[in-house]
Design a protein around this ligand. Structure first.
Ligand code: NFE
Ligand code: MG
Length: 559
């Protein structure tokens, strides 16, 4: 006997998502992912000055604001084939890296961890035992009996006065699939609270360089609007640069001694889960952190892996690489847009056409992107596997260290292949966070060295030719490959398509009826109680879905 359950809305994500699961014999046998909010942001872009596009596209999302700003200016620079000053690249790279570290910490602790951690159970923990447990896996200075006791006491006051606050409505407390002991739960409650502070701290780097966050103000087609005078109080000066350095150092300890360790520990405590959640194992990521003025040499590699086989890794060189440019298409066969076309983003057309939720026809506002005709998974797992396949040193170091830590806790060898799974997405995100933290240091040094050579440039003014030009700007965002595809005519935007990480991952079926990555990953997942489908939510949230980003509309006829 099969039964279909509807989870709507999926909470602790960004935006509006409905997921329907067919459950047969205690396991998910089919799934449908549906973006339920129509967004119209791309319509506004038509006819505007391409130098302003980034200010509009940033408003797509309140979570990953910098990424759309960045992809937009890159896309217009790519269309113009202009170079930008080295200082501008390094300043952008610092923002990208800090924003990624922030995003990964927030996702793991504040959006996803409560699917695995039974918060109220922490009240029954013995803080001394929690401290001993923590000492075995980490050197973090706050892992003391005294600190855990303080957290527990503070938390008890909340519970006893009935004020669970953010923990009130959205937990699955006491669910039979919650497997951690009270001591382990207390450890994660303490780190959950610390993480609130550290995600804020690293975001200060974004705010110092970007003017504010969310929605940075310092981008420009041609560079950044950060004047560099080392002894002026009103520009990027030595004081601010060293403030950034001190924040990076401080947050680095948290990333390595807390987040990285916790992601390994949770995965190890739930090691059974390594067999669930693989789904689509075609992986796409793009290179990131450009080191030259043309934006063609990168610090971090990216590329395509087919069927989970790292031997198939094919690097993507840069945004001029035709393997990337020709590979991206979007289909609307199962999305609420007219007709069933599969189009390249430069030809992209979108004509909203809402029907009811009909799984054999149309059932989502999200389009279904493909890469060379196949559904692909994007995100930190895709990126880490690509960087691993490319032999990237820091990625190899942290991935091997994560697998060794997990194997050590579980007591059996957990291989690289285990990462094709729900916990694999969390482990990979922690690996990527540690890698991004190291790159923060490197980008800071590159910026300081370049300024030290006397280079103060941060902007090259763009000039728009008559006639039509096209560009693509890609970015490896916290949730995966993001690309913006403008068509510009006579200095005005004629068309602007945005293909987003969550559109890839949370896609409905494509033109061939193949399931999107999240849909596919749910198949086979056990659900012990269909009234509280915690297990399905674990896998859905492991993608860090952002539906606000995933859904956009372009209306070519301005209807
Ligand atoms: Ni709104 Fe995003 C990221 C983009 S969507 S969060 O990262 O682009 O997956
Ligand atoms: Mg789009």
């Amino acid at each position: 006997m099969s039964k279909v359950i509807t989870i709507d809305p999926v909470t602790r994500i960004e935006g509006h998502l409905r997921v329907d699961c067919e459950i047969t014999g205690g396991h998910i046998s089919n799934a449908w992912s549906s973006g339920t909010a129509f967004r119209g942001l791309e319509i506004i872009l038509k006819g505007i000055d391409p130098r302003d596009a980034w200010l509009f596209t940033q408003r797509i999302c309140g979570v990953c604001t910098t990424v759309h700003g960045l992809a937009s200016v890159r896309a217009v620079e790519n269309a113009l084939k202009i170079e930008i000053p080295l200082n501008a690249q390094f300043i952008r790279n610092l923002i990208i890296s800090a924003h990624s570290v922030h995003g990964h910490i927030v996702h793991f602790y504040h959006l996803a961890s409560l699917d695995w951690v039974d918060i109220p159970s922490a009240l029954n923990a013995d803080p001394s035992k929690t401290a001993r447990l923590a000492a075995r896996i980490s050197n973090w200075h706050l892992n003391s009996r005294q600190h855990f006791k303080e957290v527990q006491d503070r938390f008890r006051v909340f519970v006893e006065t009935g004020q669970l606050g953010v923990f009130a409505g959205d937990g699955h407390w006491g669910h039979p699939e919650m497997k951690l002991r009270p001591e382990e739960n207390l450890l994660f409650v303490a780190h959950y609270l610390q993480a609130l502070d550290y995600q804020r701290k690293i975001n200060m780097v974004v705010a110092i360089l970007g003017g504010k966050t969310p929605h940075i103000q310092n981008l420009a087609v041609g560079g950044v609007a950060n004047p560099i005078y080392l002894d002026s109080q009103s520009s990027l000066n030595m004081e601010r640069l060293f403030k950034i350095k001190s924040i990076i150092d401080e947050v680095g300890d948290f990333v390595k001694e807390v987040y990285f360790v916790d992601a390994c520990a949770i995965s190890a405590f739930y090691a059974d889960w390594f067999k669930y959640g693989a789904g689509v194992t075609n992986y796409l990521s793009v290179p990131e952190l450009p080191l030259d003025t043309k934006g063609t040499v990168f610090e971090l590699p990216g590329g395509y892996i087919e069927n989970g086989d790292l031997a198939t890794f094919r690097p993507i060189r840069d945004p001029f690489d035709e393997f990337f440019i020709d590979g991206v298409k979007e289909t609307v066969k199962h999305s609420w847009y007219k007709e069933d076309k599969t189009l390249h983003p430069w030809e992209g057309e979108t004509d909203p056409h809402y029907t009811e939720f009909m799984v054999d026809e149309k059932y989502s506002w999200s389009k279904a992107p493909t890469f060379h005709g196949k559904p692909v998974q994007v995100g930190p797992l895709a990126n880490v596997l690509a960087m691993y396949a490319a032999g990237h040193t820091a990625t190899k170091k942290y991935t091997d260290s994560a697998l060794a830590t997990i194997s050590n806790i579980v007591g059996i060898n957990v291989p690289l292949n285990a990462l094709h799974s729900t916990p694999g997405r969390h482990v990979a995100k922690a690996v990527r966070c540690a890698v991004m933290y190291e790159t923060l240091h490197r980008q800071w040094e590159l910026l300081i060295d370049n300024i030290g050579k006397g280079d103060r440039d941060s902007f090259n003014p763009p000039e728009f030719p008559a006639g039509e030009i096209r560009g693509v700007g890609f970015h490896e965002a916290p949730r995966g490959v993001l690309s913006h595809w403008p068509v510009i005519d006579g200095g005005k935007i004629k068309n602007f398509q945005i293909v987003v990480p969550s559109t890839f991952n949370m896609a409905p079926r494509n033109e061939k009826g193949e399931l999107g990555p999240c849909e596919a990953s749910l198949i086979g997942t056990p659900v012990v109680d269909s009234n509280t489908p915690l297990e399905a939510l674990r896998t859905i949230r492991s993608f860090d879905p952002c539906m606000a980003c995933a859904i956009h509309v372009v209306d070519l006829d301005k209807k």
